[in-house]
Write a protein that binds this ligand. Structure first.
Ligand code: FPP
Length: 232
């Protein structure tokens, strides 16, 4: 079986799942955490190299204060605190991409500790995108290049695709082979715009809280039957 080396997931549909059960949106996020756990377990069992999860976008800051407060000030912090030792035991290397400085201080602190603790692990690389957007990522890389031109390290005519690529998030890892988006929406929604150039896209109507092992297996089966030519 041809397995993807890097799987990226837009975990969508928590709110709609909760709505369908007549529950508040945050109940959907809580069950969504169970699907995150299941996805990590699945990737560990399949020996996938990288799993990147889109947990909170730059645009998500515009959601109602109460929901943002729950996700950022409570859920992510609590889940990370509870799960990190288990992840470490399983050899997971944990990383966060995004504008970490915008997160609350306690969460920033837990992220730094978790990254430090697991930095030398050689198992699954688990990347969580928090306060992340693809345009932010490319803009940050561009800023970095401009700075290097400003200080005379580079000439603008030296700038190549490779040099920009070296400054975007996760440039040291293989690009995503497979992007999964749940809940029936067929959009990239400003996720890893640069890194998804040749990624296979897979959309399913299943809502994230219901996305478990069988659904993940189905996504891999579909991926296996795609022929990848990288434009050649
Ligand atoms: C999308 O559903 C989900 C989010 C914006 C939050 C994702 C968070 C989790 C799955 C919880 C745990 C994550 C980690 C990494 C611990 P939505 O709210 O957009 O749903 P809707 O489109 O139905 O409204």
């Amino acid at each position: 079986m041809t397995l993807p080396r890097h799987i990226a997931i837009i975990m969508d549909g928590n709110g709609r799942w909760a709505n369908k059960q007549g529950l508040p949106r945050i109940a959907g996020h809580k069950v969504g955490v169970e699907s995150v756990r299941a996805a990590i377990k699945f990737c560990l069992a399949k020996k996938i190299e990288v799993l990147t999860l889109f947990a909170f976008s730059t645009e998500n800051w515009e959601r109602p204060k109460e929901e943002v407060g729950f996700l950022i000030g409570h859920l992510f912090t609590e889940v990370l605190g509870k799960e990190i030792s288990e992840l470490h035991k399983n050899g997971v290397q944990f990383r966060v991409i995004g504008e970490i400085e915008k997160l609350d201080k306690k969460l920033q602190q837990s992220i730094h500790e978790a990254e430090k603790l697991t930095a030398n692990n050689s198992g699954l690389k688990l990347v969580v995108a928090l306060s992340y957007s693809g345009r932010w990522d490319i803009t940050k890389a561009t800023q970095q290049l401009c700075y290097e031109v400003e200080v005379g390290k580079l000439k603008s005519s030296d700038i190549t695709i490779e040099l920009l690529n070296d400054r975007v998030s996760l440039h040291d890892l293989p690009e995503p082979d497979l992007l999964i988006r749940t809940s029936g929406e067929k959009r990239i929604s400003n996720f890893m715009l640069w890194q998804l150039a040749y990624t296979e896209l897979y959309f399913t109507d299943i809502l994230w809280p219901d996305f478990r092992e069988d659904a993940f297996t189905e996504a891999l089966n579909v991926y296996e039957n795609r022929s990848r030519r990288f434009g050649k």
